[in-house]
Write a protein that binds this ligand. Structure first.
Ligand code: NAD
Length: 363
């Protein structure tokens, strides 16, 4: 399938690189509000730089990957769908649920699909964790922790303002990795009770090129809460940009027979570990699925479109994750638990026996 990319910033390299491995898609063209950014990526990765309008009018392109900033996700997604193409976007699906509603309505009207990052839950270590849970290695999941604690992104990102603006913050930035992984492992969230605050109203950038730049903080930068899953599990969550020294990323699930440590659901750079009573220490689980990297969600979506099956990194999943994240703010303000209105099915586990960068129909 011929695909296009809109948004040629920092994360786009991961997608261009993933596209070189994928067998079922070809990145034909890329575009950006800033045409020079598109030209630079087109030269580096070997595709055509075009205007956004030309990309949307290209009848050969069937799916567009939207890698713009969160503020533009719905606007650009709407343009893609209305141009008659499937839309896959970086996370979050939208800054707010009411915006996401509009995007979902356009998809329903045009009959085109919405896909959304993160696709990290399709990486080998995450699918291994899913298999361990499904095969009952830890028994019935009852509790767990989802912690991401760092000092913020102004020390490395070349244009970090959006992380501190409406639609930014640690929860909308990093929460999708943790919550999507958890929904993949445990099923949908039933309710959320949470509190949020912020340590500072202004940040000073320390990244090369923007050192000393003042960044106004318009959102809460420390969020903490409890996710009650429909299966009864209670997950304690902290997403914070207010930790001076970063702590190891942590996603852990405790079950009736054992515990599962999944590490960092953004990168999955360590294999999942299992601990059951009687063992001396954590045991690394043998990985059951190939590694993969960002873009595997698009590979799966293309395979799903071509074979008329649901894709895994779906708009419905991303919508539920956004509903959970928005509930943190609502619960913090009201002091009450917030019940979720949506309850998507867990995406199907990836089958065993796949090669890297392939999906179901390659078996
Ligand atoms: N940087 C990372 O490490 C990282 C990792 C994972 C996910 N993401 C996500 O990827 C997305 C992009 O992040 P980034 O870090 O690449 O941002 P960035 O600021 O580096 O790049 C965004 C690009 O989108 C373009 N753009 C903005 N609005 C546009 C519009 N309306 N139409 C066309 N182009 C537009 C900008 O000109 C810019 O080139 C965000 O949703 C972010 O959450 C980023």
């Amino acid at each position: 399938m011929q695909i296009g990319i809109i948004g040629c910033g920092k994360i786009s390299d991961a997608y261009f690189n993933g596209g070189k491995h994928a067998e079922n898609l070809n990145i034909k063209a890329c575009a950006d509000l800033n045409f020079e950014a598109a030209q630079a990526k087109a030269t580096e990765h070997g595709c055509e730089a075009v205007s956004i309008e030309d990309l949307l009018n290209d009848s050969e392109i069937e799916l567009v990957v939207n890698l713009t900033i969160p503020r533009a996700h719905v606007e650009v997604g709407t343009q893609i769908l209305e141009a008659g193409k499937h839309a896959y976007a970086e996370k979050p699906l939208a800054e707010r649920l009411d915006e996401a509603d509009k995007l979902m309505a356009v998809a329903a009207k045009t009959g085109k699909r919405i896909g959304s990052a993160p696709d990290t839950f399709l990486f080998g270590h995450s699918q291994t964790a899913r298999k361990l849970i499904d095969d009952n290695w830890i028994g019935t999941p009852t509790s767990g922790t989802a912690f991401m604690r760092c000092a913020g992104h102004e020390s490395w990102h070349p244009s970090p303002n959006f992380y501190y603006d409406l639609g930014g913050g640690p929860l909308l930035d990093m929460g999708p990795y943790y919550i999507t992984s958890l929904v993949n492992l445990l099923g949908p969230v039933k309710s959320v009770i949470a509190r949020t605050n912020r340590a500072r109203d202004e940040r000073i950038a320390t990244a090369e090129g923007i050192k000393g730049q003042r960044i106004p903080v318009k959102i809460d930068t420390h969020t903490t809460g409890v996710l009650e899953f429909a299966n009864g599990a209670l997950i304690t969550m902290i997403m914070s940009f207010d930790t001076h020294r970063s702590a190891p990323e942590n996603l852990t699930i405790n079950g009736t027979h054992g515990s599962l440590n999944i590490g960092d659901p953004n990168n999955y750079n360590t294999p999942p570990k299992v601990f059951c009573p009687g063992q001396a220490d954590w045991m690394d689980a043998p990985t059951t699925h190939p590694d993969n990297a960002r873009m595997i969600g698009v590979v799966d979506m293309v395979d799903a479109i071509q074979n008329d099956r649901p894709h895994r990194a779906s708009g419905e999943l991303a919508y539920h994750v956004l509903e959970v994240m928005e509930a943190f703010d609502v619960s913090s303000k009201s002091g009450s638990a917030v019940e979720m209105k949506t309850a998507p099915e867990r995406p199907a586990a990836l089958p065993l026996g796949l090669r890297e960068w392939t999906a179901d129909s390659s078996l």
